[in-house]
Ligand binder design. Structure first.
Ligand code: SF4
Ligand code: SF4
Length: 369
């Protein structure tokens, strides 16, 4: 699941005793097999797994309780987070702890969970759709578009009946070689854009074979980790983007951005600057000549991610280097532990060879809505 870790204002506190932003991968399972998915797609590591993991609900509640003093933002991931059997308990626990939560979903279970999502509303739900019906369903599976749209409609209706603004509902779109020609048609014809609260458009996250090799080298030399199978799921040959028309993408996004500005809708993009030049460089693996490229990453000091196995990492979706496990120690102990310190010390001086394939690389600062 591509991240939609987004927002519009930062609350940078100096208290680093606990994470201010917690990503929870509730489970690995998903009911779809999207072609471009780094978990379940063609290179996805989960295809080989015999046993799929999910977080123990007791452990999830412990994390929420431990972190409640700093009221972090939460992001719930999967797989498909709405498949998690205890999703209601998680939303209630976060709600009761006074925290806010964002959640991406493939939309197919929205209709089923609409009542719950209005009772304990996430601040924002991002529905992942990639284009008009035929484009989306070619990438994500037959019938997915219609199911997601029905779910959104039900959620909007229940939200209105409840007299609430929440959950805000956004569409999250990943630009790939399959859909890049259809962005405008998608937002202005296939969807009723006026009903959405927000839009996220991200270029497909990827790393090269060489980035992956370099990352394996860093993990081996610096952290004693001998393989990196999870990050392999992000490896793509940039040649697969050869037909992408950067100018066409930039023009379409510009039109969408103008609409959002006029209508007061929040638009998130990764990378932030969606110029023709930036998009061309991005899809040519020429990331470091792009506008506004980071030299360091601040996230290990503010955010943490716990995957479905209980492993803790500071890097969203890159689970090869873990800094502890919440089934063995509390999140507070891990966050303040020696391994995390070693990791932060490394990142004080440089990035990782896979950072350009991480959505957080394109966040200028920790941002939560
Ligand atoms: S819905 Fe998300 S997690 Fe599931 S296969 Fe598609 S991209 Fe992957
Ligand atoms: S940008 Fe790099 S260091 Fe920062 S969270 Fe992403 S992969 Fe980790």
């Amino acid at each position: 699941m591509q991240s939609t870790a987004t927002g519009s204002s930062a609350s940078a506190s100096l208290d680093h005793s606990l994470p201010k932003w917690v990503f929870l991968q509730l489970l690995e399972s998903c009911n779809l097999r999207c072609k471009m998915c780094y978990e379940w797609g063609e290179n996805g590591p989960y295809n080989e797994k015999k046993i799929l993991k999910q977080l123990d609900i007791k452990v999830v509640k412990d994390i929420i309780s431990t972190c409640s003093s700093v009221q972090p933002y939460y992001e719930l991931y999967g797989g498909e987070p709405l498949l998690y059997p205890h999703i209601g308990e998680v939303l209630k626990a976060i709600h009761d702890a006074g925290s806010k939560v964002h959640m991406p979903t493939n939309g197919t279970l929205l209709e089923k969970h609409a009542e719950l999502l209005v009772t304990y509303p996430p601040e924002r739900i991002w529905v992942s759709l990639d284009g008009p019906i035929e484009i989306n369903d070619e990438q994500r599976g037959k019938g997915v578009f219609q199911k997601a749209v029905k779910g959104i409609e039900k959620l909007l209706r229940l939200r209105e009946e409840a007299g609430s603004k929440y959950p805000q509902i956004g569409i999250s779109t990943v630009v790939t070689p399959r859909n890049f020609r259809h962005l405008e048609r998608f937002f202005f014809e296939a969807l009723d854009i006026s009903k959405l609260d927000c839009i996220s458009i991200e270029l497909q996250a990827y790393i090269t074979e060489q980035n992956h090799k370099d990352y394996e080298g860093v993990l081996r030399r610096e952290f004693g980790v001998n393989s990196a199978p999870v990050s392999r799921g992000f490896v793509c040959d940039p040649a697969m983007f050869a037909d992408i028309d950067a100018g066409l993408i930039a023009r379409q996004i510009q039109t969408i951005a103008e609409y959002c500005e006029v209508e007061g809708k929040y638009l998130n993009t990764y990378p932030k600057v969606m110029s023709e030049d930036n998009i061309r460089k991005y899809f040519s693996a020429d990331w470091f000549s792009m506008t506004k490229v980071k030299k360091r990453c601040p996230f290990p000091w503010v955010s943490t991610e716990i995957n479905a196995q209980g492993d803790v990492t500071s890097c969203h979706a890159y689970y090869d280097l873990t800094l502890g496990n919440v089934n063995e120690a509390s999140i507070a102990e891990i966050w303040r532990g020696e391994k995390y310190t070693q990791y932060r010390n490394y990142l004080r001086k440089q990035l990782l060879p896979i950072c350009q394939g991480c959505c957080l690389f394109y966040n200028e600062k920790p941002m939560m809505a």
